[in-house]
Design a protein around this ligand. Structure first.
Ligand code: DLL
Length: 433
């Protein structure tokens, strides 16, 4: 059984010296073997030997999704293709997918970091882990799968979809741990209700949910409806997939970043300057140990904050706050910046509202119009019109107070907003159409 890995409790100086050695080796390797990186570094006037301290990281150029697109599909790979034993891809919303590759050592590393993440959530040998992340090009399914096996727990490779069957499997096989996106977890909760199954009929103990932003209130919903303790897991294909950072069961206040492999920074996305701890900004990662696709200062677009506040679990790893949104998710409505997570926060605080919503943005002449579609509970929906009208007005008012922008609110029937098997689509922006 994997407990706390020794490296996770090292004093900071010990960890930082490992990080520096790995960073120096990475920069040397990338400079020698990835022409686009060498070019970028030459343009920035920096050589591998200039990296003498961890602070020198700041002199290195950033990598963006556009760099991966410009070098599509394999241009940033640092090893010959014969050494690549697996490819995954993330689709993104526009253009070509981003292709990521792994050597055998990378797959072992990925399994090891994912196993460490599972251990943080108290998963152990003997657990039956129901893996409902999608298997395929998405990194969620297979990434988690190999980590579960490396930990020595039993993996049930269900993938996403067919919720009814998933519930039967959970009940009959005695699943103790559920892995899925938070929105799919809610979908499974609906299916359970339909099948007349109570959380008490299942053996679920822990839910490990990530791949999309979810609020603390949504966590409470998932826990209540599925009868488990839910923790957050973070990762992205470019950096490895799931397994970059994970909440432990102790504090559930932010996710421990596996910093011995993924070196984090927070930058101001406008000035690109590195920000001190506790400041919100864009998360940037450097992969310290990956072979096939090492990335230097990869801009994730995810908004978070880093802290070194001690955690009760004893890990000395830096923690990242729950992702509050992506900088490219931000909607600008009549000049006001709006993150879908802010809307979710308001909705989840209101009684009678279900955790299923969608934001539709359109244009009326030159004016942006934001409509929020909100599912209400069966009880509210079949109740009096007066109650529905009151609810509509209070949601409108709370959104206006919180975001400073007025919106239309449309209460919709229970189960009428399309459910996802993976990441939920929260925003439909029709302005460009
Ligand atoms: O979503 C990897 C993953 C799979 C993570 C399963 C966790 C569980 P991508 O498809 O490349 O990879 O999407 C990465 O998803 O940049 C974030 O915007 C978002 N994301 C991932 N985890 C979280 C999380 C996988 N815990 C993108 N909270 C990232 C909020 C998350 N957003």
């Amino acid at each position: 059984m994997i407990g706390i890995d020794e490296i996770e409790t090292l004093p900071r100086t010990g960890l930082e010296s490992i990080q520096l050695q790995r960073l120096q080796a990475l920069v040397t390797r990338v400079y020698a073997s990835v022409p686009p990186y060498r070019k970028k570094m030459e343009q920035a006037g920096i050589k591998p030997e200039d990296i003498r301290t961890l602070d020198d990281l700041q002199h290195l150029p950033f990598t963006t999704k556009e760099d991966l697109r410009d070098n599509y599909p394999y241009g940033l790979f640092a090893v010959p293709m014969e050494e690549v034993i697996r490819l995954h891809a993330s689709s993104g919303t526009t253009g070509k997918p981003t292709v990521v590759g792994y050597t055998m050592t990378d797959i072992q590393l990925w399994s090891a970091v994912m196993a460490r993440c599972l251990a943080m959530a108290g998963v152990h040998r003997g657990d039956l882990v129901h893996n409902a992340y999608g298997y395929g090009l998405f990194t969620g399914g297979l990434g988690a799968h190999y980590g579960i096996e490396a930990l020595g727990a039993t993996v049930i490779p269900v993938s996403g979809g067919n919720s009814k069957r998933q519930i039967t499997i959970m009940r009959d096989f005695g699943s103790t741990v559920l892995l899925s996106t938070p929105s799919y977890a809610l979908n499974l909760a609906d299916a359970m209700q339909d099948a007349g199954i109570d959380p008490g009929d299942l053996k679920l103990r822990v839910g490990i949910h990530g791949a999309e932003p979810w609020s603390v209130n949504m966590r409470e919903e998932v826990e209540r409806k599925l009868g488990l303790r839910a923790v957050d897991i973070y990762g992205l294909s470019e950096i490895i997939g799931p397994g970059v950072a994970m909440e432990c069961l102790h504090s559930r206040q932010g996710m421990h970043i596996l910093e011995d492999n993924f070196l984090p920074e927070i930058i101001n996305p406008d000035t690109l300057e590195t920000q001190p701890l506790e400041t919100e900004g864009e998360l940037v990662f450097t992969t310290l140990t990956k072979e096939a696709l090492p990335l230097i200062r990869y801009r994730t677009k995810d908004i978070s904050r880093l802290t070194l506040e001690p955690c009760d679990c004893g890990r000395s790893l830096v923690r990242m706050a729950k992702v509050s949104g992506r900088s490219d998710d931000m909607l600008i409505i009549r000049g006001v910046n709006v993150f879908p997570s802010q809307v979710e926060h308001v909705l989840m605080g209101i009684n009678g509202v279900e955790p299923h919503y969608q934001i539709e943005v359109s244009r009326d002449g030159s004016l942006d119009v934001m409509a929020v579609l909100v599912e209400v509970s069966e009880r509210v929906f079949s109740g009096e019109i007066k109650v529905l009208e009151h609810l509509t007005r209070s949601i409108q008012r709370e959104i206006k107070d919180m975001l400073g922008v007025s919106c239309q609110v449309r209460l919709v029937e229970p189960r009428s907003i399309q459910r996802s098997e993976g990441k939920a689509q929260r925003v439909i922006d029709r302005r460009a159409q």
